[in-house]
Design a protein around this ligand. Sequence first.
Ligand SMILES: CC(C)(COP(=O)(O)OP(=O)(O)OC[C@H]1O[C@@H](n2cnc3c(N)ncnc32)[C@H](O)[C@@H]1OP(=O)(O)O)[C@@H](O)C(=O)NCCC(=O)NCCS
Length: 235
Amino acid sequence: MFLNEARKSRQPDMAAPVTLYGIIGAGGFGRCVLPAARRQLGPQILDGSGALTFVSEAEDSGETKNGTRVIALDTFLNHPGERRFAVAIADSAVRARLVAVCERAGATPFSIIAPSAVTLDSNIIAEGAILCDFTMITCNARIGRHFHANIYSYVEHDCDIGDFVTFAPGVKCNGNVRIHDHAYIGAGAVIRPGKTGKPRIIGEHAVIGMGAVVVHDVPAGATVAGNPARILTPA
Ligand SMILES: CC(C)(COP(=O)(O)OP(=O)(O)OC[C@H]1O[C@@H](n2cnc3c(N)ncnc32)[C@H](O)[C@@H]1OP(=O)(O)O)[C@@H](O)C(=O)NCCC(=O)NCCS
């Protein structure tokens, strides 16, 4: 049996007190993140000290997705061993709600860092991050809790990124950008760098459309799009 097949075939045994790693969300993003988690957790899965599962808010149905069992959130939270979770859901409000539910139940977050993700130097990345394949965080960036960097995104030097921020694929976040909590940056958006001591500001809950070229600060709660990005929907 090939290694990947061996890993796939080991499904969590709910009775055993192994550490259960749950990817919450088995939609498109969750399934894209699964291979990175499988590779990251390979040693634990192979030696039986850990198991990987999808977690869904739906009832248990015995379903598997991409070779991995999907279990209900309650089943995950009632697992007798340690429970570690990463929320692979792009909607930051849903993500925050699920993080709170899991933490109240005593589960702890883990980060999924794809093998091809690169973090260069002196970055601080808080818990629960998902750094997909071909992402890069260069240096001196500070990144809050439960950040998502989808494939081919980057964060350049001296950026300060809040909690529950979401990067779709191919986001180019240049240097000295400050992104506040719950902002959503669409696919292929480019953010013009700020300056030392005068960062470019993307406000809390702002939404940046796919392909936007952001040359000005974005107010909290606004949706911007286009080149140059202009406000589509004010806060
Ligand atoms: C910007 C965005 C949030 C707006 O969504 P919305 O509020 O539902 O807006 P609508 O689709 O009703 O579009 C409103 C107008 O903006 C235009 N528009 C929408 N998105 C745009 C974009 N990214 N760039 C330029 N114009 C855009 C529409 O053509 C429409 O113009 P019209 O009224 O002249 O026809 C959305 O289009 C977007 O880009 N989301 C990000 C998607 C993404 O990156 N997904 C990644 C998945 S992994």
